[in-house]
Design a binder for this molecule. Structure first.
Ligand SMILES: *Cc1c(COP(=O)(O)O)cnc(C)c1O
Length: 373
């Protein structure tokens, strides 16, 4: 049995006819960039998120930089985010000339710690700096403590951009992504919970001014309809029609795949309970959509190698915290994130993984742990 971290081939095989038909229709239509499928996808994805506007872009990283620009973040301003994220979050901050301010994560769920966010804001304000936005990252598909973050953002008049690249469909108190923030962004990188067959991304918001500005920014500063009357300098960050057509097919399956991820995660947690493995934790009233199922163990490297020996792919998200990356080499110290980097391991999970596979992975880990005692 070979088990990949996420089985894209099996997913494609299950929806092949529909996908191939959608692709053929786009080729025949000759709408290749933006076009009817893109606009329909935007409507459908806005509705899925119970949000007023959705504007598609070329990828999840652009979604964050364009989103920050729309929020009015200026070069030299500070944007706060967590040290436990993918580099795209921090690249987007730097790409618009803003300064990066990192904080540590909470030990319970490895998500941004609101208490540390407030400390960081006070520290920066006291040093005479301007803090203009916070980026909570819904890492692994888990939902950050948005109520606390919203309270802090309101108190200090700072905007919130949610990086929901890993959390399509996550909920807190029954509210989808975007409810407590100014803007939320998504990536449709192939391996994400909703994945294209190439790069793609989207921004959602309930604010019409932001939505209008984002529409211009993603398309060379164009006002809708006026091809060569550029209002501002923007970007070339448009979604391909092919990707939109593929995403429209896949969006119909997202709830089913998400339910399957959640069920598989519960299965893992049940199988691994009573062992020394730490299984993922969620706050109450939170729908964690398990983009990744991340366990923790002091024997992480041993387990990682043992799984590899059984043809099971596992991953580390992320082995080097942002502040320790060669690209940054910051002098900060974040004990929670640093300790987690040596203990975390992501097990195979996706919308189609079988019960048999979950059991096989769990048993391989349990067997390996017996040798550790
Ligand atoms: C995937 C991802 C992104 C960016 O996505 P791209 O579409 O690859 O640009 C940003 N943030 C996080 C946390 C991600 O996982």
């Amino acid at each position: 049995m070979q088990i990949p971290l996420s089985n894209l081939k099996r997913q494609y095989d299950q929806i092949k006819t529909e996908i191939n038909y959608a692709i053929q229709s786009v080729l025949d239509s000759t709408y290749y960039i933006l076009g009817p499928d893109v606009f329909k996808f935007e409507e459908e994805f806005a509705e899925y998120n119970q949000s007023k506007y959705c504007i598609s872009v070329a990828n999840g990283t652009d979604a964050i930089s364009i989103g920050l620009k729309a929020l009015g973040v200026k070069p030299g301003d500070y944007v706060i985010t967590v040290a436990n994220t993918f580099i795209a979050t921090t690249e987007a901050i730097s790409s618009i000339g803003a300064n990066l301010a990192l904080v540590d994560a909470k030990a319970e769920d490895l998500l941004i710690d609101p208490i540390l966010v407030e400390h960081k804001i006070l520290e920066l304000i006291n040093a005479g700096k301007t803090v203009s936005a916070i980026i909570p990252v819904h890492l692994y598909g888990n939902y950050c403590d948005m109520l606390s973050i919203k309270e802090i953002a309101d108190k200090y008049k700072v905007k919130i951009l949610e990086d929901a690249s890993q959390a399509h469909g996550a909920e807190k108190y029954g509210r989808k992504i975007g409810y407590w923030s100014d803007i939320a962004t998504f990536s449709f990188y192939p391996g994400k919970n909703l994945g294209a067959y190439g790069d793609a991304g989207a921004i959602i918001t309930n604010n019409s001014d932001y939505a209008d500005l984002i529409k211009m920014l993603r398309n060379h500063g164009r006002n809708t309809g006026e091809k060569y009357s550029h209002q501002i300098e923007g970007y070339n960050s448009r979604m391909d029609s092919l990707q939109a057509a593929i995403l429209r097919v896949k969006l119909k399956y997202l709830e089913r795949w998400t339910d399957h991820r959640i069920e598989s995660a519960h299965r893992y947690s049940f199988r691994l309970s009573g062992t020394q493995i730490e299984t993922p934790r969620t706050e109450k009233d939170t729908k964690h959509v398990f983009h990744l199922y991340v366990i923790q163990s002091p024997y992480r490297d041993k387990i990682h190698h043992a799984l590899m020996g059984s043809s099971i792919q596992s991953g580390i998200h992320y082995p080097i915290p942002i502040h320790k990356l060669p690209a940054y080499c910051l002098s900060d110290s974040f004990p929670v994130v640093e300790l987690a980097a040596s203990r975390i391991l992501s097990l195979p999970i996706d919308g189609t993984i079988s019960l048999e596979e979950v059991n096989f992975v769990s048993n391989s880990i349990i067997r390996e742990l017996e040798d550790c005692n």
